[in-house]
Design a protein around this ligand. Sequence first.
Ligand SMILES: Nc1nc2c(c(=O)[nH]1)N[C@H]1C(S)=C(S)[C@@H](COP(=O)(O)OP(=O)(O)OC[C@H]3O[C@@H](n4cnc5c(=O)[nH]c(N)nc54)[C@H](O)[C@@H]3O)O[C@H]1N2
Ligand SMILES: Nc1nc2c(c(=O)[nH]1)N[C@H]1C(S)=C(S)[C@@H](COP(=O)(O)OP(=O)(O)OC[C@H]3O[C@@H](n4cnc5c(=O)[nH]c(N)nc54)[C@H](O)[C@@H]3O)O[C@H]1N2
Ligand code: SF4
Ligand SMILES: [Mo]
Length: 719
Amino acid sequence: MSETVTYTHCNICVAGCGLKVTAKDNQIVNIEPDKDAAVWRDFCVRGAEAHHALNHPQRITHPMKRVGDGYVPVPYKQAIKEIAQQLKTILDRDGANALGAYTGNPGASNFGGFAFLGLLLDAVGTDNRYFVGSLDENAHHYVCDAMYHQPWTMLQADIENTDFLLLVGANPAISEFAWFFAVSEGWKKAQAMQARGGQIVVVDPRRSESAQKAKLHLAPLPDSDWALLLALLHIIASNDWYDKNAAKDCDDFEGLLTLLRNQDLQALSQRCDIASGILEQVARDFSRGSAMCLAHTGVGQSVNGAVGMWLAHLLNLITGNMRRKGGLYHNRGALDLLRTGAELFPEAKRSSRVNKAPSVAGYLPVNEMATDIATPGPGQIKAFIIQGGNPVISGPEGDNLDKAFAELELLIAVDSFQRDSHRHAHWLIPAPSFLEIEELSALIQEIGAESNIQMLRATVKKPDSMPYEWEFFRDLVLAMDKPLLLGKPALNWVVKGFNLYGKLTGKPYDGFSPKSIGKELLKKGGIVSYKDVDKAEHGLRLNQPRDYNYFLDSVATATGKVAVMPSALTERLQQLLAEPHLHNKSAEFPLQLISRRRKHMMNSWLTHGAMKKMKRPEGDVIEINDMDAQRWALNDGSQVRVRSRVGAIDAKLKVSDRVRSGVAVMSHGWGGQTYSPKNGSASEAVGGVNRNLLVAADDVDPLSRVPRLNGTAVCVEGL
Ligand SMILES: Nc1nc2c(c(=O)[nH]1)N[C@H]1C(S)=C(S)[C@@H](COP(=O)(O)OP(=O)(O)OC[C@H]3O[C@@H](n4cnc5c(=O)[nH]c(N)nc54)[C@H](O)[C@@H]3O)O[C@H]1N2
Ligand SMILES: Nc1nc2c(c(=O)[nH]1)N[C@H]1C(S)=C(S)[C@@H](COP(=O)(O)OP(=O)(O)OC[C@H]3O[C@@H](n4cnc5c(=O)[nH]c(N)nc54)[C@H](O)[C@@H]3O)O[C@H]1N2
Ligand code: SF4
Ligand SMILES: [Mo]
């Protein structure tokens, strides 16, 4: 067979880099950046090595059914029939809420899979829908819902035109500007901005890779960003450095100014442990010209994250940087989520079964999953689907979640590998790689500073034994005789007709598929047709002008103005201000553990080839400051035990001046296994330890419902 070259885009993170993929005999032999891609050109080792997952010995290639302690491959049709029967029996007996589902980060990036899982959950009518947002950026969604009544708001960073970049809890030198605020070559652009006289300021308890390149690095105490941001707002409000035009966008600007001016600068400076003089300097520079404050996971993944995120939005808003070149803007993309988002993501308000935790952006928090599954009583979850996620490693107290999963009557994992979260699965459904599917990954493409759109292309043929992810969910609904569309059982016949046509023509996407939805979405967007997108080998640049006024002109509140002091956020702020203690530590647990990412890893997801290329894996390393190490007589390189209120793990100590005193750092995603459902291949340890076993599932931000992944109180003891 001859060599083929296919152009597609990477779907591992939202940077969505254009790829040139070379294959021989249906095997990928090389992945490199597409030099002619319409826009994206970040490219990293995870994309370059993505194909190593395809032929990995432990990859799931057939539907696998648990029999005793092992698994047997089952033909797809039989799998659908059996699963439909098992699920229907449970639902008929226990009701719709007996089914729960979790979508992880890659699950949500797989447009077809995510959309069709949504159709399945709607068809069944269950409320038990959990989402990775509660480990990730729910603080952002919560705040956007409260301030703009649009939880799925995606603002973009006009980095090319800004003078001042305030990065709070973000490390784009490693993570790109992902996931919201995705800017193609954003970190390069930021550094170019600084080289021509602008300024990057990084706020991070660790001198991160980004902080090393910034003109100024501030190292606050973990989880105190709200105090730092409030101090900046206080200084700006007290000195009248805000933009006088901002008042007209706010529902109560005077009330906000009063709240901000009434703060005590010295007290706030003490809370975050940054000198007030430095805060004054940053506030002055921020309000001088175009500027943006980008608050990321370092802020959001903790228990004060919603308040921190709210204050970051206010900082941009009152300095006029939501209506200015060089500030934040809404990119209409091909879909214009500001217009179409409410329709695409109708925001059902739900609450969790046992603890009544409210949903954020329509989804329930991950930390409630174990309780909702394990607690007996009406509505108990008996069947569960995990789509592209690994919450046992990525979320808090994975050991408890593992136990809960073991109790399920039916656990279905849709994934390319059997990971820790899928250990007790009754069914393993293989998920094709993004390198094997031809789909428009429509939503991910909306998130970015550039208006561009590109089809995912199949660069090699997927194994026939493997269904498309969306196909599995579609066929399951049909096999259970649940209504797939609009609650109307009669429409199932129409869908079946289309499917038959797709099957006969050998083009399953011509049936009812993600293509049907993609076409409809683009029609709604009204900017580009599916046909034109399909024709563009290297993607399309949509060339829409950056309209810096569009976002604030489209706010969805009843008054059309930004709700600047939503009551729950204001109350939570007052509560934080009233709390006497400065940060989350005690005599028993004197350190606060935070997280970091590695270039070669993508959360806990194995990007197999990339991980093998990592020089120093460091999956079991805990980094602390040299003064702290001296205080507890701990030596660099020694084995230590790290304990928190809920867990203990062993790690190797790294003593470093890059971490501020009182703080410990460990990267997440380690400590699991890849199991071997197929006979003959051994399970493989990922290496390292799971630091999330130290994070308590009941210690969450009451608003965003995100656990304290950053700022966990721990102690480190020599072994
Ligand atoms: N290589 C790589 N890239 C990725 C990912 C990956 O796993 N690997 N994941 C992708 C995903 S899913 C996401 S959501 C994005 C996340 O992108 P980012 O939000 O940029 O994530 P990190 O690189 O972890 O940077 C967070 C920084 O916050 C700091 N931090 C921790 N606690 C605090 C705190 O209390 N306050 C402040 N101010 N800072 C704090 C950490 O030291 C760290 O440097 O990255 C995406 N890109
Ligand atoms: N301490 C700490 N914990 C964190 C974070 C942190 O910064 N610190 N970051 C959090 C963040 S930002 C995130 S986004 C979460 C991620 O949390 P999750 O999304 O729950 O977990 P991942 O590690 O991304 O696991 C992804 C799974 O998806 C599978 N997969 C890959 N591609 C596909 C596909 O196309 N289809 C399907 N069906 N499956 C696929 C992989 O094989 C893997 O098993 O972790 C969170 N956990
Ligand atoms: S993982 Fe790397 S190559 Fe893939 S989209 Fe993200 S930055 Fe680009
Ligand atoms: Mo994330």
